[in-house]
Design a binder for this molecule. Structure first.
Ligand SMILES: Cc1cc2nc3c(=O)[nH]c(=O)nc-3n(C[C@H](O)[C@H](O)[C@H](O)COP(=O)(O)OP(=O)(O)OC[C@H]3O[C@@H](n4cnc5c(N)ncnc54)[C@H](O)[C@@H]3O)c2cc1C
Length: 401
């Protein structure tokens, strides 16, 4: 296995369980760093919605991912997690989390079980391609080495949060294959805030708002940052917003600051006499808006929106999105190895014996547990198919030189 994230470790577990020797090569000093980072947000492992709905979240990649997620569905992932001593629960949104709300106890138990199952993890091994004989080439603290395993599972991750290990550098090691450029997914967006607004509100959450774009509306939360806007509601619409910016240079999303109040009710409340109150005090009292929402309205008014349009602005405040914030802070990445390069068993059509799994493949999904679910499921398929491949070739899955 190349890469010690959820996909690579799941492939290793599957191969070792079939009685083969499995070695994971990981460039970082320890495996699962992005998995641990995902745990900081509670570790949303998967989602409890019915499978057909679940699969639709993979958009264009639905048909290609369905067999893998179908073979290792959300319930199987929950059972796997619970077998490692981590009970799961379903939150009000239908999202599934381990009760511990973090990844470290799960990863610890998993690494221990892998070790007992004979999986070897070699850290500080940076893979960078093949030598003339087709052997894997690594740079290690002890110098450059090569390995020639019976089968290889690539699970090198996407390109978000590169400091956690997956930086997309592997693309250079697979010449001649169709690889879509990496783009941020589940990401924030740059907005040209005024200096006053930025200084006052960077880091402030926008609670109970609704964001609309491209005919879809998402209720939830967002966070104002110095550069723009981030958070759950923004991530949920980030793929179409990113694509619209790529096509047109910038785009506009609409923010509803009081989604629980109808337009008429907002207009009625704002029609009441101000009685000498400042605009901020009036908005706070009439609509219960927090300072950050009032600040957003004031930004729009300063940009020239006439004051009589205030009720409309409360319900549909235009946010001009200038660019997606970079891969460094995106939850995941779109792009990667084209699914068309793989057969149904996730083996590279042009490289028999070489399989690929996880976020390095060209698919994307919103947050909600869909990312980890697909990484685990494709890791499982790649491991299973590598075992079948080895059985056909009747040779052990040794990763030793
Ligand atoms: C802040 C944050 C929060 C997240 N929260 C959630 C969540 O709640 N739910 C969810 O479903 N998903 C979440 N995700 C996404 C999820 O963590 C990833 O989709 C998942 O970890 C991808 O798994 P992977 O095994 O494909 O890749 P990775 O986890 O990225 O693992 C790939 C591994 O390969 C190694 N590697 C890369 N290149 C080389 C090389 N050349 N040689 C050797 N090793 C190499 C890397 O060091 C890395 O360890 C979150 C991500 C982030 C950043």
């Amino acid at each position: 296995m190349l890469g010690g994230g959820p996909a690579g470790l799941m492939a290793a577990e599957t191969i070792a369980a079939a009685g083969h020797r499995a070695v994971v090569f990981e460039r970082m000093p320890s495996p699962g760093r992005k998995f641990l980072m995902a745990g900081r947000g509670g570790l949303n492992l998967t989602h409890s919605e019915p499978l057909p709905e679940f699969l639709r979240r993979y958009g264009a990649a639905e048909a290609r991912l369905a067999p893998h997620v179908g073979a290792f569905p959300p319930d199987a992932l929950r059972a796997w997690c619970e077998a490692l001593g981590q009970e799961t629960f379903t939150g009000t949104s239908g999202r599934v989390f381990p009760k511990a709300m973090k990844a470290s106890p799960l990863l610890r138990a998993w690494l221990e079980r892998l070790r007992e199952g004979g999986v070897e993890i070699r850290t500080r091994h940076l893979w960078h391609g093949f030598d003339a004989g087709g052997h894997l080439r690594f740079t290690t603290p002890e110098g450059d080495i090569t390995h020639a395993p019976g089968a290889v599972v690539l699970a090198l991750g996407g390109a978000s949060w590169p400091r956690l290990g997956a930086d997309g550098g592997w693309t250079g090691a697979l010449p001649g294959l169709a690889i879509a450029p990496f783009r941020p997914s589940n990401c924030g967006f740059r907005i040209g805030w005024s200096a006053v607004f930025r200084t006052r509100f960077a880091g402030t959450p926008l609670k109970r708002i609704a964001l609309s774009f491209g005919g879809r509306t998402v209720r939830g939360e967002a966070v104002i940052s110095a550069e723009g806007i981030e958070g759950g509601a923004v991530y949920a619409l980030s793929a179409p917003m990113r694509d619209a910016i790529a096509a047109r240079g910038s785009t506009v999303a609409m923010l509803d600051l009081r989604p629980d109040l109808g337009t008429e009710e907002v207009a009625l409340r704002l029609a009441a006499p101000r009685r000498g109150q400042s605009l901020s005090t009036f908005l706070r009292k009439a609509l219960g808006l927090p300072p950050v929402s009032i600040g957003l309205l004031q930004e729009a008014l300063h940009e020239g929106v006439p004051a009589e349009r205030l009720p409309d602005l409360v319900k549909a405040l235009p946010l001009r999105l200038l660019a997606p914030l970079g891969l460094e802070r995106a939850i995941s990445s779109a792009g990667g190895l084209a699914l068309a390069e793989l057969d149904e068993g996730l083996m590279l059509r042009r490289h028999p014996g070489l399989f690929a799994a996880g976020e390095m493949l060209d698919w994307e999904a919103p947050t909600g547990g869909y990312l980890l679910q697909a990484c685990f499921a494709t890791g499982r398929t790649a491991g299973r198919k590598a075992v079948e491949w080895l059985a056909q070739r009747r040779q052990p899955a040794s990763s030793t030189p």
